[in-house]
Design a binder for this molecule. Structure first.
Ligand SMILES: NC(=O)c1ccc[n+]([C@@H]2O[C@H](COP(=O)([O-])OP(=O)(O)OC[C@H]3O[C@@H](n4cnc5c(N)ncnc54)[C@H](O)[C@@H]3O)[C@@H](O)[C@H]2O)c1
Length: 351
């Protein structure tokens, strides 16, 4: 079996590759990544890309032909991966997250691939705090990032058939330690802030809902999506991935962090504008379809693993929101240095 993982050099990718390596020991794993965050390693024992058999450094907007030879499964993580980057680089976001994603699936299908797993996002439900959203709820994407995921799903559905199974995993907000850690995610930010400055500052009034999932459980869900039978959900399946118990309010997350890391102050912005990214999600369908691949890592374990990981990095930077652990900052720095174009392509003369 040959599995292509795009975006394997990001935050979630190293964990997904590690999981697939264990789950399919004799599979050939291929990575494809632009390498935007290649240098953002965090306390990794090895270069994580050693775990794939072949690593391509390339752009999903310009796919190498050889990529698809005998590739049966594609796990597609490569994307502009959050709202702040999506807002700043709108055109590249639609190009990469939507147009290139659909072309990747089309080429995989044309070459005889049978399984396509798409890393989608629950942010496509928009503001949704009145009741948990199911896969049948209307979509209300509010940002370029969320819109790009919706548009990709619409076209991916058209490609699915008996021979080409497409699974769109609508993940909630990720958390947890990675060999390429990001701190622009709510729980990761809170743990980092608690450790660096003993103060968690909540930018909202603390009431927004933010369902979470640990990256290890995301990897397990992707494994399930590769294996799933089409009788479980159909040729095309869009499914919310997470667990009902992990529908937290932001203030609950801060309090949970302060229980693991005592003597931490929590400041709440009582005058904040309502946060449009407040949403609750129902994970009933995922529970029904994937009973053996339900999330396992609980909130306290995620906080603990982040704490241990940051400690091992000797992390102490109170200004981390302006550091290389923030995706937008990494990309804008690369542009400022003339290494990356405004379209997020590498300059030809990188040297
Ligand atoms: N982190 C989350 O909270 C979360 C939640 C839901 C869904 N997702 C989705 O999961 C996927 C992975 O997220 P992540 O947190 O690891 O993101 P990330 O930004 O850390 O990693 C994305 C990777 O994709 C690569 N990439 C971007 N554009 C590319 C291109 N044009 N060609 C080739 N490679 C390219 C980047 O170099 C990077 O290594 C994304 O699709 C994201 O939308 C993430």
């Amino acid at each position: 079996m040959k599995i292509l993982v795009t975006g394997n050099m990001g935050y979630i990718g190293p964990c997904v590759v590690q999981h697939l390596r264990q789950s399919y020991p004799s599979a050939t794993l291929i990575g494809l990544d632009m390498g935007y965050f290649a240098s953002c390693l965090t306390n990794s024992e090895i270069f994580p890309e050693c775990r794939v058999d072949i690593q391509y450094f390339g752009d999903v907007r310009n796919l190498p032909g050889k990529l698809f030879e005998n590739t049966s499964a594609v796990v597609h993580l490569a994307a502009i991966s959050n709202d702040p980057i999506g807002n700043k680089f709108e055109e590249a976001t639609f190009d990469i997250n939507c147009r290139a994603s659909v072309e990747l699936a089309r080429r995989a299908k044309e070459s005889g691939g049978s399984t396509f797993v798409f890393a989608s996002s629950c942010s496509m439900y928009g503001s949704a705090e009145d009741r948990p959203r199911t896969e049948k709820s209307p979509l209300n994407p509010l940002t370029a990032y969320a819109k790009s995921k919706v548009l990709a799903e619409i076209d991916l559905e058209k490609l699915a058939d008996k021979k080409f199974k497409v699974t769109s995993l609508r993940f909630c907000t990720a958390c947890g330690m990675s060999e390429r850690l990001r701190l622009d995610l709510v729980l990761n930010d809170f743990v980092a802030a608690a450790m660096a400055s003993k103060n968690i500052s909540i930018l909202s009034d603390g009431t927004p809902w933010r369902p979470l999932i640990n990256i290890k459980d995301m990897a397990r869900a992707m494994d399930w999506a590769i294996k799933r039978d089409v009788s479980d959900g159909g040729e095309f399946l869009a499914v919310n991935v997470g667990s009902d118990e992990w529908n937290y309010q932001v203030k609950d997350l801060a309090e949970a962090v302060s229980r693991v890391l005592p003597d931490v102050d929590i400041s709440i912005n009582r005058n904040a504008q309502p946060d449009k990214r407040s949403y609750r999600v129902s994970f009933d369908l995922f529970r029904k379809l994937a009973p053996d691949h339900q999330p396992q890592v609980d909130l306290v374990s995620s906080i603990q693993e982040l704490k241990d990981g940051l400690k091992a990095m000797n992390f102490s930077d109170p200004d981390f929101r302006n550091s290389r652990y923030i995706r937008l900052k990494v990309l804008t720095d690369l542009i400022d240095k003339g290494l990356l174009t405004e379209n997020l392509r590498w300059q030809n003369n990188v040297d």
